[in-house]
Each structure stands twice: as C-alpha cells, then as structure tokens.
Design a protein around this ligand. Structure first.
Ligand code: C2O
Length: 365
C-alpha cells in the first residue's frame, strides 16, 4: 500500500497545526487551490541543458539578483495562484500537518506525513523540483538552478548573507531607485541571534553552551560525517528512514540526516521568540522562509552524494516506496502526480549540483 496523495485534492481537510490556530501567524489553512482537482501523471520532460544548483556562498551578484527577482515575482503573484509564495509555503503544511488522508491497510484515519520516515527525501526532492521550475519560468530562465546552502562546509556554516542583506540591486522593472530596505529573501521570523557571523550548530544533542568557532565547526563536520557515513554506511534504512507503517507506528525510523543536521538547521533558523518557533522551527510555517528551500537543496545534495559515496548506498527498492506518490502544481499551473520511482536520477530530472569540497570526509570522530 504505497502512500498516495488523494485522487481528488478537494478532499483536502483542514490541517492540524498542533496548537491553537489563533496562534498560527502564518495561517492554518493549508489546502491547495482547486482550479484543477484530479492530477495527471507527470512525465519528466526531455532534458536539453542541465540546471546547475550553485553553492549559496559562492553566488555572483548577478546570480543573487536573478534569484531575488524570481522570488520577488513569486511573491507578487496573487495568493490563489498555485505558483505563489503563499501556496508554495502551504504545500509543506498540507503534507506535514495532516491535510491529506491515506487509506491504507484498513486504516482510514491515517494522515499523510512526509517526515520521520522514508518519504522524507523523495517528497522534498519533488517539492523543490517544481519550486525551482516555477522560479525559472518566472524569470524566463529555463536553466535556473536553486542555490544550496552548503552548511556541510565550513564556508557555508552561517546564514547565507543574501537572505538578510539589504537589497542593493535596482529593480529592473521600475524606474524607482533601489530600496535598500526591501529584500525578497528577507523573512521577519528568524532568530536574530543567529544572523551572520554566528556559526551554525548542527549538533543539537551536544549543546555545550558557547563554543569557540573552531570547536563548533569541527563538531559540525563530525555530525555530518556520522550521519553520512558512520551511522548509515551500507544501511539504507538508517539513511532514508523506514516506510510509514500504521500497524506499528513506533517501529518507524527517521533517517540520519533528517533527524540530525537537517532538523538542527530548522531549529537554529526559527525564531524562539515566536509562539511556535516560526518560520523554520515548525512544520506548518517552514515553507514561508526562503531559507527552507536553500536548506533542502543541500539536503537533496546529501542524498545524491550519499549515493555516490559507496556502491552499497542504494535507494529503497520496495514497491511501497517506489510507488508512493504526491501531487503538485507544476510551473504551468497543471496539477500533476509524481512517484518516488521517478525521482531517483537527478540528471534525468534535469539538474545537478555545482561541486563543493566535502571537508567532513576527514571528520571521523
Ligand atoms: Cu519538510 Cu526540512 O522539512
């Protein structure tokens, strides 16, 4: 019984954000627009030129400007447009806060949850796939690649500068002078104590208070090493997590990267002064921070690197995983259904990652 997003998305039910909905500053209505209700199977388009996802800390000013313009246009779309910033943010809430029901093994009450199990990597890969294509189409650049926040490399271990910097680039669409206060990548709900030059803490389990940055960096590298190699070598279940299992929910295991460094980045960016640690520190709101997509671009890269590290690092091959499916609106506002089995080859999906040094390969503890 593969996890299957609903046949008809008008069956989406109100999400359960897990707290008083009045405290949901981002709103708790997470269902997608129903301009279309039944998804057609998605066919990967022919790839003519690979999109290259660049490292966030090495972007040229031109690339930053292009990325900012794409996000700005996304934010300017009307809220009901499935490509809009708001609808893209809601996708995370819908798939993480129980807006979709999965009928499985006689468990009609089962809600789809794409976290803490083996759906984590494929769901987010597809989510970013469409997000990247939408951004590219908004700036008419079919080769646009979503930057990755390379928190696994010492150079990337701080919040990417461009997310908070003033917006220095003149708006190419108006004659108004540049407004240094407006940056489409800015998010008001971040932990201000963690703006640059604060070094990220990728190892929440090892909270030793204020470490000097050399110690913090080496602890971070060790955390990545452990989750990419030590804990998961030749054990795909430990890397991916195990399939959802309604008969034995306690037996479900979350993957090493998901529960480790990935969650650490969420917690580190979210604002602890907000009731629900918005945006990044909560499922329902994480998709509203551009940092979310940069974080997940690197999570996606970790999957790819893991596959290349060792011949034993193979993807799940059971039918439930391969045939699990999700629905998304694509860049042409068509509702499509995608399957895990079609997201295992990123070049077939049309993208690749600009290489960065894997400093953590030497960080065995
Ligand atoms: Cu859907 Cu980073 O979590």
């Amino acid at each position: 019984y593969p996890i299957t997003a609903p046949e008809n998305i008008s069956n989406c039910v109100p999400a359960d954000v897990g707290f008083n909905t009045e405290d949901a500053v981002r709103g708790s209505a997470c269902c997608p627009p129903t301009t279309q209700t039944t998804a057609v199977p998605y066919v990967l388009p022919e790839v003519t030129e690979l999109r290259v996802r660049p490292a966030a800390d090495r972007l040229t000013p031109e690339y930053i400007a292009k990325y900012q313009l794409a996000i700005k246009r996304m934010k300017e779309l009307p809220d009901e447009d499935p490509r809009s910033w708001k609808q893209q943010g809601k996708i995370h809430c819908a798939y993480c806060n129980g807006a979709y029901t999965q009928y499985m093994n006689g468990h009609p009450e089962l809600k789809i949850q794409v976290h803490n199990n083996s759906l984590f990597f494929p769901f987010h890969r597809w989510y970013l796939y469409f997000y990247e294509r939408i951004l590219g189409s908004l700036i008419e650049d079919p080769t646009f690649g979503l930057p990755y926040w390379n928190w696994d490399n010492p150079k990337g271990m701080l919040l990417p500068e461009m997310l908070e910097a003033p917006y220095p680039h003149p708006d190419p669409e108006s004659n108004r002078p540049p407004n240094p206060r407006y940056n489409p990548l800015f998010d008001p709900y971040r932990n201000v104590a963690h703006l640059p030059p604060a070094i990220i803490d990728l190892d929440r389990g090892n909270a030793g208070g204020d470490k000097d940055c050399v110690a913090q960096i080496s602890e971070n590298l060790t955390a990545v090493y452990d989750q990419m190699i030590a804990d998961s070598a030749a054990n795909p279940d430990a890397f991916f997590g195990t399939n959802p299992n309604p008969d034995d929910p306690k037996a479900i295991v979350a993957g090493s990267i998901e529960s480790g460094v990935h969650s650490a980045v969420h917690v580190w960016v979210g604002n602890p002064r907000m009731t629900n640690n918005e945006d990044m520190g909560n499922f329902y709101s994480a998709g509203y921070d551009p940092a979310f997509y940069l974080l997940h671009s690197n999570v996606d890269r970790m999957w790819q690197i893991w596959n290349e590290l060792d011949a034993r690092n193979v993807n799940p091959s059971n039918d439930d995983w391969l045939n699990a499916s999700f629905v998304f609106y694509d860049e042409n506002q068509n509702l499509v259904r995608v399957y895990n089995r079609d997201c295992v080859d990123i070049e077939r999906m049309g993208y690749t990652f600009e290489p960065s040094r894997l400093t953590w390969l030497q960080a065995r503890s």
